[in-house]
Design a protein around this ligand. Structure first.
Ligand SMILES: *Cc1c(COP(=O)(O)O)cnc(C)c1O
Length: 361
């Protein structure tokens, strides 16, 4: 199978080789050293301010979304949540569950957050803002400069879900005044699913220290304390952390975040140029589309996006990424993260052309 989903994505040979090895015992100085290096490298790649720290959470991306909502905010806050797709909606649910006072900015799915929309919330006493960097369900890339200016002016704590956007699109904690940001192991880092990582600036750490979280597993103050010596409170996905260490070092050696962003951009553009003659419309505006994924809507009546996913899977050995909910029949996605070659993209294009010949799209 060729995997064009947005996670788990295709892993490279070195990550897979490491995955075949024994998982070592981890309460050792040797493993602590690896963890401290992981923390340093993640801070570097997120362009984090000095004294930033990382929470290594064993749990998928959603665990760190929930942990962040629980640890960074309290009932004293008044938070803006951008809901422009299924991942934005998840933050709405999390604020409801954890009783964090919030206002939802509900966007038409696939549409950008504009200054006209955001200006309505200016000077209204908001203390925090939560949004995706890339909303993976639609491929929209939010204007982080706009968000950053708003948060700076309104003294809002900015919590960003860059689970899919990290490595794919430009992101700098320093430049964008981001207080806390998440990524996940099975997205652009191309590791097995199992872990998510949150980088916290000094203010985020201060909020964790003050907050009395009603949870044992999600108590970030404990993670920060254990992290000082390169450890986690509970057994982490040790194997994934060793694969992470190898991967982060290779990303830095290959030219760091700019190189990674450019490689992903080139791959996304290669794909988008090759589908121009096909009966699909890109679901997001051109200037607000992430390098991580392209969401496509079939233009001909009666063509089901979900059916295209099924046919490619069953007859062509290719996974594209179906959408859920209201978009299931209308939109499918092609991911650009993970270890994908141009040749594999050409194979996907040929499969689409074959579907066209068979009058299925
Ligand atoms: C994948 C993803 C998540 C979380 O997914 P998990 O399945 O919990 O790993 C959250 N936000 C975004 C933007 C994502 O792409």
């Amino acid at each position: 199978m060729i995997n064009f989903t947005v996670g788990p994505v295709q892993m490279d040979a070195e990550t897979r080789r490491l995955g075949a090895e024994q998982v070592p015992y981890f309460r050792t100085p040797e493993f602590s050293a690896v963890m401290l290096e992981n923390e340093k490298l993640l801070c570097q790649l997120f362009d984090a301010p000095d004294n930033s720290r990382v929470i290594f959470m064993t749990g998928s991306g959603t665990a760190s979304m929930e942990g962040g909502v629980m640890n960074f905010f309290t009932q004293e806050d008044k938070v803006l949540v951008v809901n422009g797709g299924s991942f934005g909606h998840r933050f709405v649910e999390l604020c409801q569950i954890h009783q964090i006072p919030f206002t939802e900015i509900h966007l038409e799915y696939g549409m950008p957050l504009t200054s006209e929309i955001l200006n309505e919330y200016d000077n209204k006493g908001y203390t925090g803002m939560i949004l995706q960097h890339c909303e993976t369900s639609t491929g929209i890339l939010y204007d982080m400069q706009l968000v950053s200016n708003f948060c700076k002016k309104n003294h809002c704590f900015l919590f960003v879900d860059a689970i899919s956007g990290f490595l794919a699109d430009k992101l700098s904690m320093k430049e964008m005044h981001i207080n806390a940001v998440i990524t996940g192991s099975q997205k652009a880092l191309s590791l097995p699913p199992s872990m998510s990582f949150t980088v916290l600036d000094a203010e985020a750490q201060r909020r964790c220290a003050k907050n009395e979280v009603k949870s044992l597993y999600f108590n970030y103050a404990e993670y920060l304390k254990n992290g000082e010596r390169g450890q986690t409170p509970f057994t982490p996905a040790v194997g994934t952390l060793l694969q992470l260490n190898d991967k982060l070092k290779r990303i830095v050696q290959e030219g760091g975040i700019h190189h990674a962003n450019n490689a992903m951009k080139e791959r996304a553009e290669y794909f988008r140029n090759k589908i121009k003659h096909l009966p699909f419309k890109i679901f997001t505006p051109e200037n607000a589309t992430s390098n991580c994924v392209t969401a496509l809507a079939p233009i001909h009546d009666g063509v089901s996006a979900y059916r295209i996913f099924e046919i490619l899977k069953d007859e062509y050995n290719i996974w594209i990424c179906p959408n859920g909910g209201d978009l299931a029949e209308k939109v499918f996605r092609v991911g650009h993260i993970g270890h994908i070659t141009k040749q594999e993209i050409d194979t996907l294009i040929a499969a689409f052309e074959d579907l066209q010949k068979r009058k299925l799209i």
